[in-house]
Structures are given as C-alpha cells and as structure tokens.
Design a protein around this ligand. Structure first.
Ligand code: DX5
Ligand code: ZN
Length: 212
C-alpha cells in the first residue's frame, strides 16, 4: 500500500492558512488534515466549517476533516457543504456509530472513524465494511506537539490483519515513529509539528513515506 501524507494544519501559521496549505501541497502532501475541536470532546477549540470553506478553493488536495467534537452527527452536512472530502468522527463521541457512519456517507463524503489510544479497535468490528479509513490516534487528542505513544503499535498490527483500507495515524508522527507505524501496517501519516517545523518540508514529507 502506498504511504500517504496528510499535514495537520493545526501546526501551521493560522494567519497564513491559505499560503501554508499551498506550501505543503507543492511539497508533495497527499491530503490536507483539518482538526476540528469543540472544547467538550477535547479541552481545546480550533476551527469550524468556515475554515474548511475558505481552504476549499485554495487546494486541489482532498480535505481530510478530523472531528474531535461531541455529537458529530449534528454538523456532518455543514462540513460536507463546506467542502470536506472525508469526515472522520470519534467512536467515543457517537451514541450509535453505525448510524453516524451511514450519515456521513449519505451526506456525500468518505468516512473515517477515529479511536483514542486506549479505545479497543474492536469497537470498529461492526462497521469495518462500511468505512474508508480508521484513524488510530497515537496521542490523546486535543493538542499538537505531544509525544507518540508506542503502546498503540500492537493495535495497528491487529487491525491491519482484518482491515484492508486506510489506517491513519495521528499524533507525534516524525520520520522515526512513521517508520514504526508503517511496519505495523499504517498507510496514512498525519503530522503537524514535524512538518511545519522542518527546514525542508518536501524532504520531511518524503521521510514520512520512508523515502530518502
Ligand atoms: C491532535 C490532532 C493532530 C495534531 C497532531 O489531537 O488530531 O492532528 O495536530 O500534531 P503533531 O503532529 O504535532 O503531534
Ligand atoms: Zn488530527
């Protein structure tokens, strides 16, 4: 499976989001990852559909929207209308995960389901056929710049045995931890701090794919 790279715009300069988006697109990014936080599901607040809409005309890359919000069903349509290509909801935030997954699909986007580091992958068992992506968080969601949690690696391996679509990792991803997650079976690398602090973002993106 080809490794894809999705820069997390959470670590970009928010005063220049359009420019930063173009910069990572030109440097070889595959998707643009947008972290939506509501101050309830996680203790932080970030951006909403207005920012998705503003970035839609800026890039040709898919907009990969990671909803770290309670009751995500309420906002699915507004994010799809704003231009989200893929919506990832947290299993822990859904009262009826199968129903939310269906609603994302019928709103017209690809569907991802995210799990906090300590959530068992088996909560996905009932919907593996219905989703395009599983996001296995490698930090506790809420903030950029945290340390990668290696205890998630066996979960990646276990899920890879039964799931042949995208396994995305998010949190503390750099050249070294990307290599560990790729060997475990992940194929989509989300990275914020590592990419936006890099002196050469093209080279940093390539390094997440294991290229020199
Ligand atoms: C954290 C977000 C991540 C975050 C990753 O809750 O989901 O996308 O931006 O940031 P780094 O790469 O700095 O750990
Ligand atoms: Zn994220």
């Amino acid at each position: 499976m080809k490794t894809l790279v999705a820069p997390s715009m959470l670590s970009a300069d928010f005063g220049k989001l359009a420019e930063e988006t173009r910069r990572v697109e030109l440097a070889g990014a595959d998707w643009i990852h947008l972290d939506v936080m509501d101050g309830h599901f996680v203790p932080n607040l970030t951006v909403g559909p207005g920012v998705v809409k503003a970035l839609r005309p800026v890039t040709r890359l898919p907009l990969d929207v990671h909803l770290m919000i309670e009751n995500p069903e309420r906002y699915l349509e507004v994010f799809v209308e704003a231009g989200a290509d893929r919506i990832t909801v947290h299993a822990e935030a859904c009262a009826d995960l199968a129903r939310t997954v269906k609603k994302v699909r019928s709103a017209g986007a690809q569907v991802g389901v995210a799990l906090r580091p300590r959530t068992d992958w088996k909560v996905l068992s009932g919907c593996l056929e219905a989703i395009d992506l599983a996001l296995l968080m490698t930090v506790n969601p809420g903030f950029g710049g945290q340390a990668f949690m290696p205890e998630v690696l066996p979960k990646i391996e276990a899920l890879r045995e039964v799931f042949d679509r995208h396994i995305q990792v998010d949190g503390g991803i750099n050249d070294k931890t990307a290599a560990q997650t790729r060997s475990a079976g992940a194929d989509v690398m989300v990275a914020g701090t590592y990419l936006f602090r890099a002196a050469d973002v093209r080279q940093a993106i390539a390094s997440l794919r294991g290229e020199p």
